[in-house]
Design a binder for this molecule. Structure first.
Ligand code: CIZ
Ligand code: SF4
Length: 352
């Protein structure tokens, strides 16, 4: 890459980070490392995707259309013509990109970046639920591995969960839907879809095996109320907001002013220009990234809820991954083809 293109990419990053003196210091300290990554990205023609939970320097390494939640990034992975995709996120996300782009080389900087929601379940669990609830469609959250997706009728993400579940119930002519593997999101969907007369069957509802996000389950109503008091975040005020993620406890969602996926939280902030102070009940890097985009909003910084899996992705590992073209994601083609059907069905559901 010629020097002026590299300089302009570094300048773009510097501009994105300029609202935070801490990030600027870090940018300066790591400028050479960033330059080397951007150079390799260009030389090898790589698409670098960055999930909303990446730390700011990793997040803003990706261009505007290459950052976001797993739904947006999956769509981007499916349409790229670049030969290599490097996924800055956790393994199930990179695996989804591979399923959607089987001819591409898909890399993850750390193959051990897992997820407490995806880990406990296999295809056998889904088959067991199918046996117990014949005729009910299975909707599987994107936080799952390919073997689980392969046994699934529809995939969904936190951005489109209620819409996909409603669609699946209609398509199967039933009011009972099996939802895998997030027990808290299952309970939250149950509440959300009660007015539609839909019953959600999810792990942990009628048995002992359940799935929870180890980050979001830590937020409690007491924590949210304490933060409301301490930071004067008044419920219903136009100038403040407490936003929670679908993967939190049902009572935490009830305490929030709004709940949704990471992208929906970002959209909420964009649509409420009077906001002055916000607390996000989600992985803390999300607030760090939004703080750079909305310097006029104060993001309450009491957050210490980090995802140990997301944090495995560092600039140093990204460089290593690009240099050596490791760690490559592979998915059994027969499983990938069936998992893809579930993802495609999700992508075809009309937006609600
Ligand atoms: O769907 C995603 O990207 C996840 C795991 C979180 C969110 O809500 O964006
Ligand atoms: Fe999984 Fe939770 Fe980490 Fe997301 S934040 S990757 S759901 S453990």
């Amino acid at each position: 890459m010629n020097q002026s293109v590299l300089d302009s990419q570094l300048h773009r990053m510097e501009q994105a980070l300029r609202a935070s003196p801490d990030q600027m210091l870090e940018f300066k300290a790591k400028r050479d490392l960033l330059a080397r990554i951007l150079q390799l990205k260009e030389e090898k023609n790589v698409l670098i995707l960055g999930h909303n939970y990446m730390e700011p320097l990793v997040f803003y390494l990706s261009g505007e259309n290459e950052r976001g939640d797993s739904l947006a990034l999956s769509r981007r992975a499916a349409e790229t013509d670049k030969p290599i995709i490097l996924f800055d996120g956790v393994r199930f996300m990179a695996e989804t990109a591979k399923i959607l782009s089987p001819d591409k080389k898909v890399l993850i900087p750390d193959p051990e970046a897992g997820c407490s929601l995806a880990e406990p379940f296999t295809a056998a669990d889904v088959l067991e639920y199918r046996r117990r609830y014949p005729g009910c469609p299975v909707v599987t959250y994107i936080n799952s591995y390919a073997d689980v997706k392969a046994e699934t009728d529809y995939c969904c993400t936190s951005s489109n969960g209620p819409n996909v579940v409603r669609h699946a119930a209609r398509a199967f002519g039933t009011n009972r839907v099996i939802f895998f593997p997030d027990s808290l999101m299952g309970a939250n969907l149950q509440k959300e879809l009660e007015p539609d007369g839909i019953e959600i069957i999810y792990p942990g509802k009628e048995d002992d095996k359940f799935g929870r996000c180890e980050v979001h389950e830590k937020f409690t109503v007491e924590i949210l109320r304490g933060i409301r008091r301490q930071y004067n975040l008044i419920k219903g005020s136009e100038e403040t907001a407490v936003l929670a993620h679908w993967e939190c406890l049902p009572e935490v969602l009830a305490e929030a002013d709004y709940y949704g996926s990471t992208s929906q939280m970002a959209q909420y902030i964009a649509k409420h220009p009077k906001l002055k102070r916000v607390f996000l009940a989600t992985e803390c890097e999300m607030a760090a990234n939004l703080a750079l985009e909305y310097p006029q909003v104060e993001f309450v910084k009491t957050c210490n809820m980090f995802c140990q899996h997301m944090r495995r992705i560092t600039l140093e590992k990204i460089l290593y991954s690009l240099e050596h073209e490791v760690y490559e994601i592979s998915v059994d083609p027969a499983i990938a083809a069936r998992a893809r059907q579930a993802i495609d069905r999700m992508l075809e559901v009309p937006r609600g």
